[in-house]
Design a protein around this ligand. Structure first.
Ligand code: DC
Length: 222
């Protein structure tokens, strides 16, 4: 199998709600490359550990759990040990617990090789927090997609409202700010742009505008 350095990788890092998941999926589809939603791996560990009553303090238990998980990404979701967890991993609570387990160095180490296995020909688009800094430091194109916390809370609010769910905008904003702080300030692989990343602020950009900017970066770097 080719090593990860032989396979072109495009990384898209940034905080939750910046649009990186949507952009990563669109760019992967446009290029015909594989897609890695690394946040989903942390979310899966968060949900499964809660269901199996492995506390977040039990680092060894979390690592063992992680090593035994059979994760299959499908067209529209994810199967874990055969069970469809597509919706369960998308809740705010799963995101918060994911951010807590993601701060544990041993958990990050266990998830590292799972992530690198996604780098297969013809190429990979990987989104997360540390794709450009730690997981794929040799990536050819690195994007850091940012947006103000207020804009991200508003997007999430509208998304939930359109699904008929009633939520508090202020509560969402607080949850987002708390998760950002934890992801930015942790000791291992904190969320930050790689030195060679292109920073795009999507606060007042449409998805199409961000997509065009990312594709222009890909084109300019061959
Ligand atoms: O991108 P997301 O919201 O699905 O990620 C959920 C959490 O997982 C995020 O708050 C922090 C963690 N995460 C991480 O630490 N490193 C990554 N590469 C991706 C996600």
């Amino acid at each position: 199998m080719p090593s990860t350095t032989d396979v072109p990788v495009l990384t898209i890092d940034g905080p939750g709600g910046s649009g990186k998941g949507t952009i990563a999926a669109q760019v992967a589809s446009a290029l015909g490359w594989h897609l890695l939603d690394s946040g989903a791996l942390y979310r899966i560990l968060a949900v499964v550990s809660e269901r199996r009553q492995v506390p977040v303090e039990d680092e060894h238990g979390l690592v063992t759990l992680c090593q035994g998980l059979a994760v299959v990404f499908t067209e529209d979701g994810v199967l874990v040990d055969g069970a469809d967890l597509s919706l369960a991993i998308r809740t705010e609570d799963a995101g918060t617990r994911a951010s807590i387990v993601a701060a544990i160095p041993e958990v990050r180490q266990a998830i590292l090789s799972m992530q690198r296995d996604f780098a297969r020909p013809p190429g990979l688009v990987a989104d997360g927090r540390d794709m450009g800094t730690v997981v794929f430091p040799e990536a050819r194109v690195k994007i850091f997609l940012d947006a103000s916390a207020e804009a991200r809370a508003n997007r999430r609010y509208n998304q939930l409202k359109s699904k008929g769910l009633s939520v508090s905008l202020r509560g969402l904003l607080e949850q987002i700010q708390e998760r950002d702080a934890r992801d930015r300030e942790r000791a291992v692989a904190p969320m930050k742009p790689a030195n060679d990343a292109v920073i795009i602020d999507s606060t007042s950009l449409s998805i199409d505008e961000v997509f065009d900017q990312v594709m222009a970066e890909v084109a300019s770097r061959g």
